[in-house]
Design a protein around this ligand. Structure first.
Ligand SMILES: *[C@@H]1O[C@H](CO)[C@@H](O)[C@H](O)[C@H]1NC(C)=O
Ligand SMILES: *[C@@H]1O[C@H](CO)[C@@H](O)[C@H](O)[C@H]1NC(C)=O
Ligand SMILES: *[C@@H]1O[C@H](CO)[C@@H](O)[C@H](O)[C@H]1NC(C)=O
Ligand SMILES: *[C@@H]1O[C@H](CO)[C@@H](O)[C@H](O)[C@H]1NC(C)=O
Ligand SMILES: *[C@@H]1O[C@H](CO)[C@@H](O)[C@H](O)[C@H]1NC(C)=O
Ligand SMILES: *[C@@H]1O[C@H](CO)[C@@H](O)[C@H](O)[C@H]1NC(C)=O
Ligand SMILES: *[C@@H]1O[C@H](CO)[C@@H](O)[C@H](O)[C@H]1NC(C)=O
Ligand SMILES: *[C@@H]1O[C@H](CO)[C@@H](O)[C@H](O)[C@H]1NC(C)=O
Length: 369
């Protein structure tokens, strides 16, 4: 039974051995998938073995049913090329003369992933081979700057640009040049101790591409630039994929509320700005802020928003903070349409501030015409 296929082969292929001398070259693609990083260039290798001049032949690269690159009549024919690849492909004409049909694909994106067919057609032969391209998504840090008070916990957000499973990947977090977290191997004992104690990823989130690092009970030495990196197994170059976050640690107890040295004087009907800010400049974050005068509430800011319902009605619709400045600890008050009754000693108060000075007085004088 086993002999029959062999017999058939011999019959069908009776002239195979005769043409051995003039055997067509083979088209060779690497069997291993090629890896690329999003936005980088990649070379898809493909060559004739033994080498043969292919510059006058028809060379076609396809991705599924789409034409990626079509070399015909000695030049690139873009008429059938899929729009997605337009302007991004090239074959080396020098390479072609040596049977090198390798395709350079520039600024790779995730749509480029998949199986490619490299083929060559001549009058006497029709050869093809296949190659697989894997594209690694980049990593992104949604916040570039994070401020945290010593003692608090902080999450440094980092994720794959497109949701993909990151659980099998090698991740690394660096602070400056030091590796502070690595999920594969640990470095020095000191770092290891630090890692296991206070630094952690979110293991259940890795499968969704979330590489965020949590630092518990932040210390002053945690201050600095952090780099979230993914060591790709797909590409040779290490750490091509990373993004950075700058972390500022504000020491607890160091902050204070600072007012102006001089009273503020405005004319009736004008706009008064009562200066007040946190020193060192730092975000108010979740803290409540209260501006009061003579026990009346002038402006209340709580849980990241103004709270007009608690405000004395004399000040309704006349007060505002500089919202874009709040993150820098500027809690100055703007009071519109000032009247003589507005004169007084205003208090700028951050009740839960983790510092020595939580309240300052700002005197408003109102001049009369
Ligand atoms: C084909 O050309 C590319 C550069 O265009 C080169 O990197 C590659 O090594 C060449 N392949 C062969 C088999 O010569
Ligand atoms: C990652 O997961 C943590 C914990 O669930 C979450 O707080 C954080 O916002 C996530 N980050 C991103 C970038 O998705
Ligand atoms: C304050 O402004 C709101 C609309 O922004 C208005 O409906 C309300 O009547 C105003 N209140 C006063 C006291 O002017
Ligand atoms: C706070 O913001 C106001 C309005 O932009 C500005 O006039 C003032 O100088 C700022 N104060 C500080 C301390 O930056
Ligand atoms: C300012 O107050 C006066 C008197 O209370 C009022 O007539 C005027 O409309 C107010 N102007 C603004 C801009 O609120
Ligand atoms: C605060 O009280 C003082 C003294 O009673 C008074 O002169 C001033 O007008 C009051 N100011 C405000 C804004 O209520
Ligand atoms: C504001 O406080 C100062 C002393 O700090 C005092 O001399 C002044 O009378 C007060 N002004 C008002 C309107 O209460
Ligand atoms: C602010 O003013 C109040 C009364 O108006 C006074 O009791 C308090 O001592 C003042 N605070 C400062 C820091 O001057």
């Amino acid at each position: 039974m086993k002999l029959i296929p062999v017999m058939l082969l011999l019959l069908v292929c009776s002239d195979c051995f005769l043409t051995e001398d003039t055997k067509d070259p083979d088209l060779v693609c690497p069997s291993k998938a090629i890896g690329a990083v999003k936005s980088e260039d990649v070379l898809l290798p493909c060559h004739l073995e033994p080498p043969m001049d292919a510059s006058a032949e028809t060379v076609k690269w396809k991705h599924g049913n789409h034409v990626v690159h079509h070399h015909h009549g000695g030049k690139h024919d873009s008429s059938k090329q899929w729009e997605h690849f337009r302007g991004r492909t090239s074959l080396s004409s020098e390479g072609l003369t040596e049977g090198n049909l390798s395709l350079t694909l520039s600024s790779v994106d995730l749509l480029d992933e998949g199986r490619y067919k490299c083929s060559v057609h001549t009058e006497s032969m029709n050869k093809m081979c296949y190659i697989k391209l894997n594209v690694e998504p980049n990593v992104v840090c949604p916040s570039e700057h994070i401020e945290v008070t010593a003692g608090d916990d902080v999450i440094l957000p980092c994720r794959l640009e497109t949701p993909a499973d990151a659980s099998g990947k090698t991740l690394q977090w660096r602070q400056g040049n030091n590796i502070v977290y690595e999920n594969e191997k640990h470095d020095t004992a000191k770092e290891k101790e630090r890692n296991t104690e206070r630094l952690s990823l979110f293991p259940e989130e890795l499968a969704a591409g979330n590489l965020s690092l949590k630092i518990s009970a932040v210390r002053l030495e945690d201050n600095g630039k952090y780099q979230c990196s993914l060591i790709s197994q797909l590409v040779e170059q290490k750490e091509l994929l990373y993004c950075s976050i700058f972390v500022t640690v504000v020491s607890a107890g160091d902050r204070e509320v600072v007012g102006p040295d001089e009273p503020v004087t405005v004319e009736v009907g004008q706009v008064a700005v009562l200066p007040c800010h946190l020193e060192p400049p730092s975000s108010l974050s979740d803290l409540t802020l209260e501006w009061t005068v003579n026990n009346s509430k002038v402006h209340i800011h709580r849980s990241h928003k103004d709270n007009p319902s608690m405000q004395d009605e004399r000040f309704r619709n006349r007060t505002s903070l500089f919202n874009s400045e709040l993150d820098r600890g500027n809690i100055s008050l703007m009071l519109k349409n000032v009247t003589t009754e507005d004169a007084g000693n205003y208090s700028c108060f951050v009740p839960k501030l983790d510092g020595k000075v939580r309240r300052v007085n700002v005197t408003l004088n109102v001049g009369k015409f």
